[in-house]
Design a binder for this molecule. Structure first.
Ligand SMILES: Nc1ncnc2c1ncn2[C@@H]1O[C@H](COP(=O)(O)OP(=O)(O)OP(=O)(O)O)[C@@H](O)[C@H]1O
Ligand SMILES: [Mg+2]
Length: 793
């Protein structure tokens, strides 16, 4: 209660009347009648509701209360106006010059935030909002403490419906920084004129900032092509391959091809067409890729194929599998690229089946003009194409565009088989409508039961703590005896979760309920185990896997889990792509991870979540699969939507143009500005510009809009490169590589960091011999440290 009302007391003779009023006021009052605050509240409400008063005593108080209240409210509103004044002006305004400074200080202690947004349509029904929050007040620890809480609200045009709400915690440490908050809001047709974005302080009255977001110039994306129906076909037997040595590869794996494999079989195995297959995780797309390889081997026993997968870990898994399948059984030379150009050139010279990730193939295929072994690829398979919308998307986009371009230049078909979890990349890769299969996410070989559990706790650590018991409950309820994989965001959490689960087991007096073998059986494995905690939990049936485990420990866990001895394994998020195990139940324990770069919690990419969900899939053992996804309540709808609908993908090439342009200038694919524009026409970006113009900051879809946008993009990218002395541009037209650009292209260094790294005497090496990632904080620090030591500016 404000100090203004300090002198108000409740007198004996008033209680009766106050009691009566209390029953009539619209908003119930919690405090007892003896409290002065209750009296003030009653009087205010009575005044607003125009209730009649009887006694004079109350009347006098009433006048005092209403007048003070209006003054207080006015003060709250007037702070707004004082904001723009200097200390002197404030002093003059209140005619107490001495107080000017003090009031100025207080006014600027109101936790005011500035807002700006960037809105992109993702689908016709979903907008992606990037909200930049800039604190605009003086932080005083005595007033503000260590953190200030706010609520972000998105309201519809009448401010009637809250479309999204989110908690935002501003910490003292970062009170000078901009904060980026990303979220999704729904839109409905017909398009409303605007929404309102508000950010309201959790503690300070009247502290809020509102930002209208106009939709006047919003262009929603084109409608997607309708998905492909799964036909009710008789599953094809393995013998459909009509070649005994091929059939043998599958004889002991599964009895027949599944419905999706059956439906695409003809297009992939019996034609030369480029084919696109979009189908959910776990639907057996690897086998579809194998159809294409087998077709090629049948038509041309010396044909060569590149299989592009998303991650190193996955490349390793596929390589081992194919080494067996195509190498030992069919006598083909299977190789996996390393990222080291010299070695890789030798590998592609002798390899017939080349397994690689996009970045490695990018480096090798850049100089395709000189490299016959790149030109004579016949089949190009790209897997997980949905990742084109993610972090590594631009590289994926560039290599696919390049393969199409090479094919057009050498006038020889390079057959493309594209596998994806998402849709609408087909046209770009030259797949005709009749060989484009966009299956619904629901057509999985075995049905998936998805439970999304919302937790209404915004503080991350508390929310994760609150999920601990529900994880245990979900396991015992949905999968008391079958294998369970739990995904968590960090190593530490992985270990803790395993221990927590065991603690709950102990509390239920069933300590080793998740251990399904004899102790003797696993002894030989335990002896070899190096991680001590893991050894303990493992012997009770709960294991964990994270990036820090030794390869051998990792393998032991997978083996024991696969054999069924260990029923639960907790896995860190990053490993979801290279996981060689699947389960009956998958539990995703929260969907955010700590991003050290932005000091904030970021959402997992949807593609990661889909990959995790896909681990719930054992087609030969189970008739169904289950997934429990635990997340913050405000994200529930989002996940429900995107896990049940197709995932839309957009290009991010325009954010990573510098590296690719630089590389193409060095290899002379781009020799002038016109080449650069032509280069872009082969990309997915080019296709999407007209499909979802607003996403790419295009204001229209006419030919003029498009060509202006492309020339501007080319112009600005090339001039950036020119300024950083990577290339030179002559006569405003021709592009020539310079030394620094050549070094950068050779060393595969990210644009911003290249200048620094290229000057270092010590070539950076990292343990697993992959190229160092310059965006990794520790590598960046290493660079900076070296730069400092060697006095490089
Ligand atoms: N016809 C089949 N019958 C039974 N199991 C099959 C069949 N085809 C593939 N599988 C099995 O299904 C599992 C999933 O296959 P695969 O990894 O190829 O799926 P995917 O569609 O590539 O999934 P992701 O998107 O996760 O990569 C594998 O364990 C595979 O052995
Ligand atoms: Mg796959």
């Amino acid at each position: 209660m404000s100090g203004e009302f300090r002198n108000i007391t409740v007198r004996e003779e008033e209680t009766l009347e106050l009691q009566k009023l209390m029953e009539h006021v619209p908003i119930p009052i919690k405090e007892s009648m003896e409290e002065p605050s209750a009296k003030v509240n009653v009087l205010l409400q009575a005044y607003i509701s125009q209730l009649k008063l009887e006694g004079f005593a109350l009347m006098a108080d009433m006048v005092y209360v209403t007048q003070s209240a209006s003054r207080l409210l006015r003060a709250v509103f007037e702070i707004e106006r004082l904001y723009d004044l200097e200390a002197n002006d404030i002093g003059e305004l209140i005619r107490v010059p001495k107080l000017g400074k003090t009031i100025y200080k207080y006014v600027h202690q109101f936790p005011k935030l500035e807002l700006s947004t960037h809105i992109q349509p993702i689908t016709r029904y979903t907008l992606r909002v990037e909200l930049t929050i800039t604190p605009d007040f003086q932080w005083d620890e005595k007033v503000h403490g260590q953190s200030q809480a706010f609520w972000i609200l998105v309201e519809d045009v009448d401010s009637e419906v809250i479309l999204h709400h989110e908690y935002f915690l501003l910490k003292y440490k970062y009170c000078q920084d901009d904060h980026l908050v990303k979220f999704f809001v729904p839109v409905f047709e017909p398009l409303p004129p605007q929404y309102f974005l508000r950010i309201v302080s959790d503690r300070w009255i009247g502290v809020e900032t509102q930002l209208p977001v106009s939709f006047r110039h919003l262009i929603l994306p084109e409608k997607n092509l309708p998905p492909t129906e799964l036909l009710d076909l008789q599953p094809l037997p393995i013998s459909a391959l009509r070649e005994p040595r091929f059939e043998e590869l599958y004889a002991d794996r599964f009895p027949q091809f599944n419905p999706i494999q059956t439906q695409v079989f003809n297009a992939v195995y019996n034609s030369e067409d480029n084919v696109f297959v979009g189908a959910p995780t776990g639907s057996g797309k690897t086998t579809i890729a194998e159809f294409a390889v087998l077709r090629m081997l049948q038509q041309n026993p010396h044909g060569r194929v590149v299989y592009l997968v998303s991650r190193d870990a996955l490349a390793e898994l596929i390589f081992m599998d194919w080494h067996q399948k195509f190498g030992q059984n069919l006598g083909c030379k299977v190789v996996k690229l390393t990222g080291e150009t010299g070695t890789d050139l030798k590998l592609i010279a002798k390899g017939q089946i080349i397994v690689t990730t996009a970045d490695k193939w990018d480096i090798l295929s850049r100089r395709w003009k000189q490299r016959k072994n790149v030109q004579n690829i016949q089949l190009f398979i790209v897997d997980e194409l949905q990742l084109i919308g993610g972090e590594e998307g631009p590289v994926l986009e560039v290599v696919c565009s390049r393969m199409r371009y090479i094919s057009s230049q050498i006038e020889k078909q390079i057959r493309i088989i594209a596998l994806s979890d998402a849709r609408d990349v087909a046209q770009w890769l030259g797949c005709n409508v009749n060989v484009t299969f966009n299956f619904y996410p629901s057509v999985r070989p075995i049905p998936l039961e998805l439970h999304v559990q919302g937790f209404n706790i915004t503080h991350n650590a508390s929310r994760i703590a609150a999920m601990s018991k529900p994880v245990y409950n979900a396991a015992t309820k949905f999968s008391p005896h079958k294998p369970v994989i739990v995904f968590v965001s960090s190593r530490k959490l992985g270990r803790l979760t395993a221990i927590d689960i065991l603690t709950y087991c102990a509390a239920d007096a069933q300590l080793n309920r998740f251990f399904q073998a004899e102790e003797e059986d696993i002894k030989p494995f335990l002896v070899r185990m190096t991680d001590k905690t893991l050894k303990e939990t493992l012997s009770l049936g709960v294991a964990y896997i994270h990036e820090g485990l030794t390869a051998s420990d990792h393998r032991i866990v997978e083996q024991l889990f696969d054999s069924g001895a260990v029923q639960i394994v907790v896995v860190t998020r990053d490993l979801c792509w290279g996981l060689n195990i699947s389960a009956y139940l998958v539990i995703i324990m929260d969907t955010q991870f700590y991003n050290g770069k932005s000091h904030s919690y970021d959402d997992y990419p949807v593609t990661d979540v889909m990959q995790m969900v896909g681990r719930a899939n054992r087609p030969l053992e189970d008739d169904d699969a289950k997934c429990v996804l635990m997340c913050q309540s405000s994200k529930k709808d989002f996940f429900k939507k995107f896990l049940n609908e197709s995932l839309p993908v957009e290009s991010h090439l325009d954010h990573r143009m510098h590296n690719h342009f630089n590389a193409e200038v060095v290899t002379k694919t781009i020799e002038n500005k016109q080449d650069a524009v032509d280069y872009l026409t082969w990309t997915f970006l080019y296709r999407r510009l007209t499909q979802n113009p607003n996403y790419y900051n295009l204001q229209g879809v006419t030919h003029l809009h498009l060509s202006d946008h492309l020339s501007e993009l080319v112009k600005s990218t090339l001039s950036d490169l020119e300024q950083s002395i990577c290339i030179s541009v002559e006569d405003e037209m021709d592009t020539l590589p310079l030394n620094l650009g050549m070094i950068a292209a050779l060393q595969e260094i990210i644009f911003e960091d290249n200048i620094l790294a290229a000057q270092l005497p010590n070539k950076l090496t990292v343990p697993n011999e992959t190229a160092p990632k310059y965006i990794d904080p520790h590598i960046k620090k290493n660079l900076q440290l070296q730069a400092h030591l060697f006095r490089i500016q």
